[in-house]
Design a protein. Structure first.
Length: 94
């Protein structure tokens, strides 16, 4: 991760994405599983998802690049947080 002022940090967070009943649900990769958010499809290439963490809101836009890759842009705002985050997700090799 690189912050706006150029500081760099290593970060890791794992999620499980499940496609069910024409909807994608994202879960935190933990036991027991906990729902992170449900994607609201805009088109075949994009979706939105919101998540509230205490009093802060994560407003996300997913862009699907190919079956093994998608991008996620978050606008995070509230009393404790105010930033934007851009992440590229790729499927791990088996």
């Amino acid at each position: 991760m690189t912050t706006g002022d150029g500081k760099q940090f290593d970060t890791t967070r794992a999620y499980i994405y499940r496609f069910k009943d024409d909807t994608i649900h994202a879960y935190f990769h933990e036991t027991p599983e906990r729902l992170f958010h449900t994607l609201d499809r805009i088109s075949d290439q994009s979706a939105t998802a919101d998540h509230t963490c205490e009093k802060d809101r994560y407003a996300g836009i997913y862009t699907f690049i190919r079956p093994e890759e998608f991008h996620l842009e978050y606008r995070v705002f509230g009393p404790n947080k105010n930033y934007e985050m851009k992440t590229v997700y790729t499927k791990e090799s088996s």
